[in-house]
Ligand binder design. Structure first.
Ligand code: G3P
Length: 220
């Protein structure tokens, strides 16, 4: 019980690592929370600071997600992460561990959006969710990434592509009959990630959401 608690706290702290905030502050002297969309994610770092810092933020935020799941598999000695990709069900002794993996992922997603280190602000957890998905089922994560890329290539709007990705992974996990905890993860995390995009959705509907390379009209 204590171990489960420790794992979940570590998952929150991993998700909480304020990558975008730290890089924007250390290298550019900017408080990213007060710029552009106010998000600490790679997209806002891209529009505020540039490509290289955005790539760094993206990479670390993805790794945070991978680490949150890898930690669970390591702690519970579950080595068969690759087999999970094709598993139709879960052996009952492993139910707890896979449920903890799911919960750990959800908490890391939450931690990224509400970091304890920066006044419970954060990003929208797209990159961290992607890392988690790669750790849970790399094949479906890759398929989702391709859909994200296609929507991005056509629309040039990151938020729209993220929302399309959240819907795609939920559909793929359910259609391919993945373990129930994974289905719960994509539905819960996907709903939360889309909810975090509510101001983006408003702007998309108004036709004011910036495309890649454009500033936010609300920019100072
Ligand atoms: O990954 C977050 C992205 O979907 C939107 O970011 O800064 O445009 O709100 P932003």
């Amino acid at each position: 019980f204590i171990l489960n608690g420790v794992v979940l706290v570590v998952a929150y702290l991993l998700g909480s690592i304020p990558t975008g905030y730290a890089i924007a502050l250390w290298f550019y002297g900017i408080d990213i929370r007060a710029e552009g969309s106010g998000s600490t994610g790679a997209t806002n770092v891209l529009r505020t600071c540039g490509k290289l810092p955005a790539i760094m933020v993206l990479a670390v935020d993805i790794l945070k997600g991978v680490a949150a799941i890898a930690m669970v598999f390591w702690v519970y000695s579950l080595n068969e992460t690759r087999q999970i990709a094709t598993m139709a069900g879960i052996d009952s002794p492993q139910v707890l561990a896979y449920s903890i993996a799911t919960l750990s992922g959800l908490i890391a997603v939450f931690g990224h959006t509400m970091s304890i280190w920066i006044g419970f602000k954060g990003g929208k957890s797209v990159a961290t969710s992607l890392g988690i998905l790669f750790a849970l089922n790399w094949l479906l994560a890759l398929a989702t990434l391709i859909v994200f890329g296609v929507v991005l290539a056509v629309s040039r709007i990151v938020s729209l592509s993220s929302i399309a990705g959240a819907i795609t992974i939920a559909a793929l996990m359910i259609i391919t009959g993945q373990p129930l905890p994974y289905q719960i993860f994509v539905i819960a995390a996907g709903t939360y990630v889309i909810w975090r995009h509510r101001s983006n959705i408003e702007r998309i509907l108004q036709g004011t959401e910036p495309r890649i390379g454009q500033k936010l009209s609300a920019d100072p």
